[in-house]
Design a protein around this ligand. Sequence first.
Ligand SMILES: C=CC1=C(C)c2cc3[nH]c(cc4nc(cc5[nH]c(cc1n2)c(C)c5CCC(=O)O)C(CCC(=O)O)=C4C)c(C)c3C=C
Ligand code: FES
Ligand code: FE2
Length: 379
Amino acid sequence: MPYRILTHCYYVRACGCRRSKTAILLMNLGGPRDADEVYPFLHRLFADPDIIPIPWQKRIAPWIARRRTPKIIEQYNAIGGGSPIRAWTERQGALLTELLDKQSPATAPHKVYLGFRYAAPLTEDALSTMLADGVTRAVAFTQYPQYSCSTTGSSLNELWRRVEEIDPKQRIQWSLIDRWGNHPGLVKAFAHRIKEKLATYSAEERDQVIILFSAHSLPMSVVNRGDTYPGEVAATVNAVVAELAREGINNAYRLVWQSQVGPAAWLGPQTSEAIDGLAKQGYKNQLLVPIAFTSDHIETLFELDHEYGEEAKEAGVTGYKRAESLNDSPLFIDAMADIVKEHLRATPSVSKQWMLRCPGCKSDTCSKTRTFFQRQSPQ
Ligand SMILES: C=CC1=C(C)c2cc3[nH]c(cc4nc(cc5[nH]c(cc1n2)c(C)c5CCC(=O)O)C(CCC(=O)O)=C4C)c(C)c3C=C
Ligand code: FES
Ligand SMILES: [Fe+2]
């Protein structure tokens, strides 16, 4: 099959070769699939100075991870034994590929790879597979809609380190989708999930429901460094609220923050305290909306559903509900496809552009290394 030696196979249908023309790397945090994967997951997380800088990190990380493992195994057991983040990301990737191949023949065939920061398939696994597949053009597509140095920044730094190690000649040309929290398709997908859940309240209750947009919190040390995440999350919330208002839905709402870890100060108000405080003010119907995640995992299924669900019941919140995560929502998959298509149109060829900082903050004290991406969005 002579065409197989081509870097990009433009003859894919004729020769039967499956080499993709455009690879899309979906980057996310990842999660353990079973109890055995919990310790390695936590170890990688606590060893990452981009998410949590700890003195003597290499030595301390295994110790913190070991101490935390039993409690976290219990939490994963309560949601079926492991995190569904991989299964959901694989499903989203398959649906995205199908749509892109249909809608964007110029860049087809597309192939999606998963690159997780703390669980399999790790960034390095994805990169090795991509090289073995002969990929030469790839889009790094963060699955965190809002940028934070602790999430997308960490994934980019890891990707860069792995490229230096595994692909030093840079056979793969990269470009980057680093933030998309105000994309109209994403906003519509969130609004749709909210409408679906509001419709399950009775007609008398519906207008009284307070919508609590809940996002993963950040340590105040990260916020004060100038991380753009809090502002980007607020922008998503404002856009979703405006979209709902266009459809005549004008419920009260708040932005609250969940999942604090450890004793340091984190950005508030905390979701659990807000639920309690609002209950005391008479809000008996509260609709929780996970606004910084695109699929289910421990933070939605355990924390929002179990933990805060119990607390809400004790506080007398009779109408505590949660909007379904985006998961395989067709509106969300449409949005993903739009984002990739727009990006490929705007960056048809990739010129290397060296930046001295990861594109999260502009702090003078920021110590991030260089990234090698062509940036998609201006800041
Ligand atoms: C927008 C998403 C996220 C931000 C921002 C974020 C910041 C952040 N997280 C930690 C520490 C932990 N996070 C843990 C789990 C976890 N975090 C996110 C997302 C964000 N984190 C997700 C989706 C998950 C769950 C993964 C899954 O189940 O699939 C954990 C592990 C669980 C636990 O031990 O409680 C830790 C630890 C920090 C320190 C931080 C900001 C600097
Ligand atoms: S820590 Fe990411 S740019 Fe500063
Ligand atoms: Fe987290």
